[in-house]
Design a binder for this molecule. Structure first.
Ligand SMILES: Nc1ncnc2c1ncn2[C@@H]1O[C@H](COP(=O)(O)OP(=O)(O)OP(=O)(O)O)[C@@H](O)[C@H]1O
Length: 609
C-alpha cells in the first residue's frame, strides 16, 4: 500500500476532487441547544419516559441495596450468628431482588430504545417535511449531498444520545452519588482513601475517551470523502471513460483509501487502550482497599461485612465513571449535529404564504410582469425592469442568448422566487397575495431534463395528477403520442424505470413529461424546450404533441427550435435581463433587429443541417 498525503493523490494540475466536508464534529456544550433537544422528549413525557425512569429506579435501588445486604446482613448477622433460617431468607430475598432487577433492566432497555427510535423518527420527519417546503434559493446554495448528510448522518448521531445517553446519564450520576454516600456512611476513612483516586481516573478516562472519539471522527470524515468520490465516479463514469480519466480517478481513490486505512488503524490503536485502563483503575482501587481495609479490620475499626460491601461497590464504580466520560463526548458531538439540524429547521422559506392568502378561483391565465426587477444574489441583476403582458390562452416564446433571463422569468411565474422589485400578477392578483398550492395546481412546468422518478411509467405520468385513473393516464399518453412507445416497452405502462429514466431516450422522456403535464390539465404551461437534437420524425411527433398540449392554455416557452418559435403568438427577445424587442415572427423579422440576427445566425444554420 502506498503512503500518500492528500495533495499527492493526483498530479498537481488536476484541480478536481474537491469535496467539502462537514468538519465541525464537536461543539462546546450549550444549554439552550440542550434544552431544545430535550424538548423532543416532551411528547413522551407522560408515556414512555416515566416508565423508563421507573424501571431505571428499580434497577438502581437493587444494585445499590444488594451489596449492603450481603455485607451488613448476610455476613455480619446470618453468618456471624450461624443462623441458617435467616441466611436462607436473605438468599431468597437477594434472588427475588435480582429477578426484579432483571425484569426492570430488560424493560428499561426496551423502553429506552423505543424512545430513542421514536425521537429520531420525529426529528427526521420534521426535518424532511421542513426541507420540502423551503424555497429554491435554499437549494441553490447547497448540494444535494450536504442536505442528505444532515437528514441521515446528523440525525443518526443524535440517536445514541436519546437511546442511551440521557437515561444513562441520570442513572450513572444517581448510582455514583448513591455509592459515594453509602461508602462514606459505612466507613468514612476507607471511603476517602479509595475516593482519592476518583477525580484522577475520571479526568484520564474523559481525556482518553475524547482522543478515541476524535480519531473515529477522522475516520468518519475520511469515509465520507471516500463516499463522495465513489458517488461522483459512478455518476460520471460515462464522461470519465470518454475522456480517459480512469487513471487519475483511481490514483485519487487509492490516496483516499490509503488514508482511510491509516485513520482506522490509528483509531483502533487508541481504542485498544481503554479496556486495560478501566481494569487498571479497578486494580488500583482493589490494592488500596486490601491494604488499607485489612489494616482497619485488624484494628477492628471496620467489620468483614463492611469490607465485602466495599469490594462489591468498588466493582460497580468504574463502569459509570468511564461511561460518564463517554456521555460527555456524546453530548459534544450532539451539539455539533443538532446545531446543523436546527440551522435547517430555522431556515424559513423566503417565498411564503401570507396568513390571509387567497385562492385562485377558476384561473384564466392572464400574466402580467409589472416593472419586475430580480437578482438571485447581491452582486448580479438577473432581470431589469421587465414589463410583460400575456393574455390568457396565448403562447409566448422567450428567446435570447444563454444567461439572458429566460428561466428566471419562468421561475417567477411559478413563484419559486419573489421579484426584488415590482410585481408578477396572474388574472390581476399579485402572486404574493395568493396561496402557493392554488397557484401551482394551475401551472405545469415541463423541464428540458425531465425528471423521471423510480417507479412504473404509469406512476410517472400520474405524478401530474395523483387521483387520475389508469384510463385517464393512458388517454393523456395517447394524445401526446407516447402510447405507442410505451406499449413497445417490456411491460407497457407497468415497466419500471429507475430514477432519471436512463432506459428512455431524450425524446421519449420529453413525451412522458408532456403526458404528465396534460394530465395535470393546467391553465398555464411553462415549457423549457429540449435542446437535444432529435431526428426529424421524432421532432414532428413532439411538435404535434406540443400543439395538443398548448391548446386552450397560456403557454410560456423557453424555445430553442425555430419551428416552435414561429408558431408563437408573441416572441419576447431578451438580452442580459432586458427585453430587447417583442412581436410575432413576421413582425420581428421585418424589423431586422436582434431577433432577425439571432434567427439568421443560430437557427438557419441548424435548420440547414
Ligand atoms: N439559482 C441561481 N443563483 C444565482 N444566479 C443564477 C441562478 N440561476 C440563474 N442565475 C443567473 O441569472 C442569470 C439569468 O439566468 P437564466 O437561467 O434565467 O438564463 P437563461 O436565459 O434561462 O439561460 P439558458 O438559456 O442558458 O438556460 C444568469 O446570469 C445566471 O448566471
Amino acid at each position: 500500500m502506498t503512503k500518500q498525503t492528500e495533495e499527492k493523490y493526483v498530479s498537481p494540475h488536476v484541480k478536481r476532487f474537491y469535496y467539502p466536508q462537514e468538519t465541525a464534529v464537536e461543539k462546546p456544550f450549550n444549554w439552550r441547544q440542550m434544552a431544545r433537544l430535550l424538548n423532543y422528549l416532551k411528547p413522551y413525557a407522560k408515556t414512555i419516559l416515566p416508565k423508563a425512569l421507573f424501571a431505571m429506579f428499580i434497577n438502581m435501588i437493587v444494585r445499590l441495596f444488594v451489596p449492603i445486604m450481603i455485607g451488613q446482613y448476610v455476613i455480619e448477622q446470618a453468618i456471624a450468628q450461624s443462623d441458617v433460617t435467616l441466611l436462607t431468607q436473605f438468599i431468597i430475598l437477594i434472588g427475588v431482588l435480582y429477578l426484579a432487577n432483571y425484569i426492570a433492566n430488560r424493560y428499561r432497555i426496551k423502553l429506552v430504545n423505543i424512545l430513542g427510535q421514536r425521537i429520531i423518527y420525529d426529528l427526521r420527519m420534521q426535518l424532511f417535511s421542513h426541507v420540502q417546503r423551503l424555497s429554491h434559493s435554499f437549494f441553490d446554495k447547497r448540494s444535494a449531498g450536504s442536505i442528505l448528510v444532515r437528514i441521515l448522518n446528523d440525525v443518526n448521531s443524535l440517536q445514541e444520545l436519546f437511546t442511551n445517553g440521557i437515561i444513562n446519564l441520570l442513572m450513572d450520576v444517581a448510582m455514583l452519588t448513591g455509592i459515594v454516600v453509602i461508602l462514606l456512611i459505612l466507613s468514612p476513612q476507607l471511603a476517602l482513601a479509595i475516593l482519592v483516586i476518583l477525580p484522577i481516573m475520571f479526568y484520564i478516562s474523559t481525556k482518553l475517551r475524547r482522543r478515541i472519539r476524535r480519531s473515529w471522527q477522522q475516520v468518519r470524515i475520511q469515509k465520507s470523502k471516500l463516499n463522495s468520490h465513489l458517488n461522483e465516479s459512478i455518476q460520471g463514469i460515462r464522461i470519465t471513460q470518454s475522456f480517459s480519466q480512469e487513471k487519475e480517478n483511481t490514483e485519487y481513490f487509492n490516496g483516499v483509501n490509503t488514508d482511510n486505512y491509516e485513520k482506522e488503524r490509528i483509531a483502533m490503536k487508541k481504542s485498544a487502550f481503554f479496556g486495560p485502563f478501566v481494569e487498571m483503575s479497578n486494580a488500583i482501587g482493589t490494592v488500596i482497599l486490601i491494604s488499607f481495609g485489612s489494616t482497619l479490620i485488624i484494628n477492628e475499626q471496620v467489620g468483614i461485612g463492611t469490607f465485602v460491601t466495599f469490594a462489591f461497590y468498588l466493582g460497580m464504580f468504574w463502569e459509570p465513571i468511564s461511561r460518564l466520560g463517554q456521555i460527555y463526548n456524546q453530548l459534544l458531538v450532539a451539539m455539533a449535529s443538532s446545531e446543523r439540524i436546527f440551522e435547517f429547521l430555522d431556515e424559513q422559506p423566503n417565498v411564503y404564504e401570507k396568513p390571509d392568502a387567497k385562492s385562485f378561483e377558476d384561473m384564466q391565465g392572464d400574466i402580467k410582469f409589472d416593472h419586475v426587477k430580480f437578482s438571485y444574489d447581491d452582486d448580479r441583476v438577473a432581470l431589469h425592469e421587465i414589463d410583460i403582458n400575456i393574455h390568457a390562452g396565448q403562447t409566448v416564446a422567450l428567446v435570447g442568448h444563454t444567461g439572458s433571463g429566460k428561466s428566471t422569468i419562468a421561475n417567477l411565474i411559478s413563484r419559486f422566487y419573489d421579484p426584488t422589485n415590482g410585481s408578477v400578477r396572474i388574472d390581476g392578483h399579485d402572486l404574493r397575495d395568493m396561496r402557493l398550492d392554488s397557484l401551482r395546481q394551475n401551472i405545469s412546468v415541463v423541464l428540458q431534463d425531465t425528471f423521471i422518478f423510480s417507479g412504473s411509467i404509469m406512476e410517472n405520468i400520474r405524478f401530474g395528477r395523483p387521483d387520475a385513473t389508469d384510463e385517464e393516464v393512458k388517454d393523456a399518453a395517447k394524445v401526446v403520442g407516447a402510447h405507442e412507445f410505451i406499449l413497445r416497452l417490456g411491460e407497457g405502462y407497468q415497466t419500471e424505470v429507475e430514477e432519471r429514466g436512463n432506459i428512455l431516450s431524450a425524446g421519449e422522456r420529453q413525451l412522458l413529461s408532456f403526458a404528465r403535464a396534460l394530465l395535470a390539465n393546467p391553465r398555464i404551461l411553462i415549457l423549457d424546450e429540449a435542446t437535444a437534437s432529435i431526428d426529424t420524425e421524432a421532432e414532428m411527433k413532439i411538435q404535434e404533441a406540443l400543439r395538443k398540449l398548448l391548446k386552450g392554455r397560456t403557454a410560456i416557452m423557453i424555445a430553442h427550435r425555430l419551428s416552435t418559435i414561429r408558431e408563437a403568438d408573441n416572441i419576447i427577445v431578451l438580452e442580459h435581463g432586458r427585453i430587447l424587442e417583442q412581436g410575432n415572427h413576421d413582425e420581428l423579422i421585418e424589423q431586422e433587429g436582434e431577433y432577425y440576427h439571432l434567427v439568421r445566425s443560430q437557427f438557419e444554420m441548424l435548420e440547414a443541417l
